[in-house]
Ligand binder design. Structure first.
Ligand SMILES: Cc1cc2nc3c(=O)[nH]c(=O)nc-3n(C[C@H](O)[C@H](O)[C@H](O)COP(=O)(O)O)c2cc1C
Length: 382
């Protein structure tokens, strides 16, 4: 009756009032219960289910990392991890509130991507459902294959906004945010990335609240918010997490939620082992990619021992960063990559010190060339 009335009312303010009355009397709950009986919208994930998961293969995906997995680094990863590459890439997280503000154009630059990075998922954070809906609409229009909601970030500035890990303290709001993203995303899938709990292990209560919202994919960073990244990831709990996901959503072949484990995975091979033991469908790799954009390729082992190629990749990465992001991001961002690229060979420490003093790609290229020339001269006995 209320629904009929609100549909036929022409006055938006009255319709709004009726919506509020409906929400107050709990009519909205029905939506949540209905959702439980629908299959999650998988979109591009379905292809990965058919071609990999159902054939017993583990998915390997690239983690979102702010000021690390930007368009420059993702392009390098796409190029050097060929032909296998990560199965899916995530963007760095982006504020949905920011995307709804006047400063949105600058933030949209964080959401730039190239075709070779597909399938690519935009990660958003917010505690305001309306903004999440609008931001999801924007990401859909930008051509993303999927949207992911950050519900695990321990950063104080994000938590103050009620987003990231703070969602674990208010599952009702978290569900509203997921619902809003689904409404904005329409036909592209909405996934969630979270942790095992806030101050303590509360995944038994928290994860089912997310799963009620019919998410096609759930990534669990196997630590609590309190643990940050200071303790080893709790892979020993993955079986328990997987049991919850299967009991709540069913098997993947029947439409159940795809489960991705995250934390301390060092390589694709390491991830496969961890996933087999833990019973998840995929692994997400974060810090393992530092200084090693070919991590997801089959011949990664050969590449990481070739220091000269490594240094050339470092220069290419720097040039790309400057070209794509030089006008909006600080060059200092590149310096954390140098620490990872330059290690494990004679003279690495000295070269690192030199690179830390550089201010642009020209200076970096010069230092690297000098270093390689010096090495060649030594090896040829000059
Ligand atoms: C520098 C840095 C930035 C990060 N930024 C994000 C982010 O934007 N969104 C997110 O969900 N997680 C972020 N994370 C967490 C990672 O995605 C991942 O969950 C965590 O590093 C554990 O995985 P790992 O052990 O493979 O690194 C970030 C981590 C690091 C180290």
């Amino acid at each position: 009756m209320l629904r009929l009335l609100s549909q036929h009312l022409r006055l938006p303010s009255l319709r709004l009032l009726l919506d509020k009355i409906k929400a107050f009397f709990g009519f909205e709950k029905k939506k949540g219960a209905e959702a439980l009986h629908q299959k999650p919208l998988r979109g591009f994930w379905q292809k990965l289910v058919d071609e990999k998961i159902l054939k017993g293969e583990t998915l390997s995906v690239l983690a979102p990392m702010a000021d690390v997995t930007d368009i420059a680094f993702r392009t390098m990863i796409a190029k050097y991890s060929k032909p296998t590459g990560p199965d899916v890439m995530w963007t760095e997280f982006v504020s949905a509130d920011g995307l709804c503000s006047v400063g949105r154009e600058v933030l949209k630059r964080d959401l730039e991507f190239g075709e070779m990075e597909r399938p690519i998922v935009a990660q958003l954070f917010s505690s305001t459902p309306e903004n999440m809906k609008k931001a999801a609409e924007i990401c859909r229009e930008l051509g993303f294959d999927g949207i992911d909601i950050n519900m695990g970030c321990p950063d104080k500035s994000i938590e103050k906004q009620g987003a990231g890990a703070a969602h674990m303290k208010d599952w009702r709001l978290a569900q509203k945010v997921i619902r809003a993203a689904q409404e904005g995303a329409l036909d592209i899938p909405v996934s969630v990335k979270t942790r095992l709990g806030f101050n303590r292990m509360e995944y038994k209560e928290w994860l089912p609240k997310i799963l009620e919202m019919n998410v096609p994919v759930l990534t669990v960073h196997l630590r609590t918010r309190k643990e940050m990244s200071k303790v080893p990831a709790h892979w020993e709990l993955m079986n328990d997490v997987a049991k919850i996901v299967r009991e709540k959503t069913g098997e993947v072949r029947d439409g159940g939620t795809i489960l991705i484990g995250n934390g301390d995975v060092l390589s694709v091979k390491d991830g496969k082992g961890k996933a087999k033991v833990g019973g998840c469908d995929g692994v997400m790799i974060g810090r393992g990619i530092f200084g090693n954009p070919s991590l997801f390729s089959e011949n990664n082992e050969e590449r990481i021992t070739n220091n000269e190629e490594h240094l050339r990749i470092l220069v290419e990465h720097t040039k790309l960063f400057e070209e794509k992001l030089g006008d909006i991001k600080n060059f200092a961002i590149m310096k954390k990559h140098y620490k990872a690229y330059v290690h494990g060979f004679d003279g690495a420490k000295e070269l690192r010190v030199e690179l830390m003093g550089c201010e642009n790609s020209g200076e970096i290229e010069e230092k690297v060339k000098e270093f390689i020339r010096g090495k060649l001269a030594v090896s040829s006995g000059q």
